[in-house]
Design a binder for this molecule. Structure first.
Ligand code: FAD
Length: 432
């Protein structure tokens, strides 16, 4: 006779402590077996040396070890969820399935399909808010429609925030309810078609950055941002803990950045079309030049604009780019070069360790002017002025573009004043 169990399915919440769905699962009567699926639908689109897969793999290895200490284990599968789930129901007597909400279009479809399948098998499917403080319809305008502008959204977000919302879920107390099992196999990276990456991943040590964050965050050479993005993306840190730490450190600017993340997730939830189309639809009438040679020069950091090139090279070498520079390179691609923001969005999606669909699409549409809360299109970033303000001693530039200032450095790919006039003309034509 098989023991009836509850399954908790990990996705982008890869931690045992303070995990909403896991906590609720453990509070159930039936013992809990945790599951992770290396999803072929997602993995098949990635290159074999994608460092994020190594990060996930290492995290899964440590989750397995932790669970084994409690006599349980992590069930790890490789395949598509639609094929894996029927197989799990054959192998185990599953009574209920618990998981945390995921707001991206693919994830919504996946979870809707699973809900339908589990219902047909008479298995309960319970899902919880975990990766944000406020989700979906929790922050709405007076007329019950979603905010599309950050400032009033954030006002309400802050007004609603109290200790209740960032209290940790005490999962540990209930680990005795984990399903006891022998050790289960872990498919290797090689079997899944990936190479182990030697990329260094940022550690979770953001607290020492919070005091000076407001003054220093805009200067890329200072490396004073927290690098928590990757951990929030995969849930190796709890958003409740991050928000609590921000409140305790009175780091209001950092707190507002965490709210930007939620704002974009809320936007993606309400306007899923904006993942692929311009939020302001008339922006899809723009006649992009989409010159492939220029796109390549941008990707490789050879535009002759040192701040742009430094950013792209930082991205290519480390999987990270400073926020201020992300804005500059995104504006440069979409405005100076008149290349469709989706090309840049895709390139970032391939390269960023902290890639997160809602924030990436939000950031790109903001820079291109097509987004919900974007600067007006006629505001075109001037890379030289940005350098003067944010890298006045050229420290960041010299770190990433060592040949800057020598004859070896590329000539500007396009002249600034010419490019500015050209984009204003093309945007005006499309938008009038
Ligand atoms: P910190 O400055 O220490 O901030 C802490 C956290 O707050 C970040 O990790 C992130 O979760 C959140 N945050 C900060 N700024 C923003 C913002 N403007 N919008 C949304 N959330 C924010 N962020 C991503 O997490 N993933 C992306 O794919 C992404 N793509 C971007 C693309 C463009 C074109 C632009 C302009 C911005 C993008 N951002 C993205 C936002 C921001 O650049 C990064 O979150 C930040 O640089 C990550 O560094 P950090 O972890 O040191 O952040």
């Amino acid at each position: 006779m098989k023991t009836p169990i509850t399954i908790f399915w990990f996705r982008r919440d890869l931690r045992l402590e303070d995990n909403a769905g896991l906590y609720h699962a453990l509070n159930n009567v039936t013992p809990v077996l945790a599951l992770f699926i290396f999803d072929k639908n997602i993995l098949d689109k990635l290159s074999e040396d994608d460092a994020r897969v190594t990060f996930i793999f290492q995290t899964i290895e440590s989750l397995k070890k932790e669970l084994q200490q409690y006599g349980s284990d992590l069930l790890v599968k490789y395949g598509t969820p639609e094929k894996i789930w029927p197989q799990i129901l054959k192998d185990y007597k599953v009574e209920e399935v618990y998981t945390n909400h995921d707001y991206e279009p693919y994830a919504r479809e996946r979870d809707d399909n699973l809900a339908e399948f589990l219902t047909s098998e008479e298995i309960a499917f319970r899902t919880f808010k975990d990766q944000v403080i406020f989700e979906k319809d929790e922050i709405l305008k007076g007329d019950k429609t979603p905010y599309t502008v950050f400032t009033p959204y954030y006002k309400q977000w802050q007004a609603k925030l109290d200790d209740f919302y960032f209290k940790a879920y005490p999962t540990k107390k209930y680990f005795k309810n984990l399903f006891q099992t022998e050790h289960l196999v872990l498919p290797s990276l090689k079997e899944m078609g990936f190479k182990a990456s030697s990329q260094e991943f940022p550690k979770i040590n953001y607290k020492n950055k919070l005091d000076d964050y407001a003054e220093q965050r805009d200067f890329p050479a200072m490396e004073s941002t927290t690098r928590i993005g990757l951990h929030l993306r995969f849930g190796t840190v709890s958003i409740r803990k991050a928000v609590k730490d921000a409140v305790e450190a009175k780091s209001n600017v950092w707190l507002s950045e965490l709210a930007w993340r939620e704002f974009y997730m809320m936007i993606l939830w309400h306007f899923p079309y904006a993942a692929y189309d311009s939020f302001k639809k008339q922006y899809d009438k723009i006649k992009w030049r989409n010159n492939e040679t220029e796109f390549k020069a941008w990707c490789e950091g050879n535009t002759g604009y040192p701040i742009v090139d430094a950013g792209m090279r930082q991205l290519n070498e480390t999987g990270f780019m400073h926020n201020r520079v992300r804005m500059v390179v995104a504006s440069f691609l979409s405005k100076h070069l008149l290349i469709d923001w989706r090309w840049g969005e895709n390139y970032f999606a391939e390269k960023l360790l902290d890639y997160e669909m809602a924030s990436n699409v939000g950031g790109w549409q903001w820079a291109a002017g097509s987004g919900n809360d974007a600067a007006p299109y006629f505001r075109v970033f001037n890379p030289e002025l940005q350098t003067k303000r944010f890298d006045p001693k050229f420290e960041y530039i010299k770190k990433w573009v060592p040949e800057y200032g020598t004859k070896k450095y590329a000539q500007p790919i396009v002249e600034h004043t010419f490019a500015r006039e050209r984009v204003l003309k093309v945007f005006k034509e499309a938008l009038s």
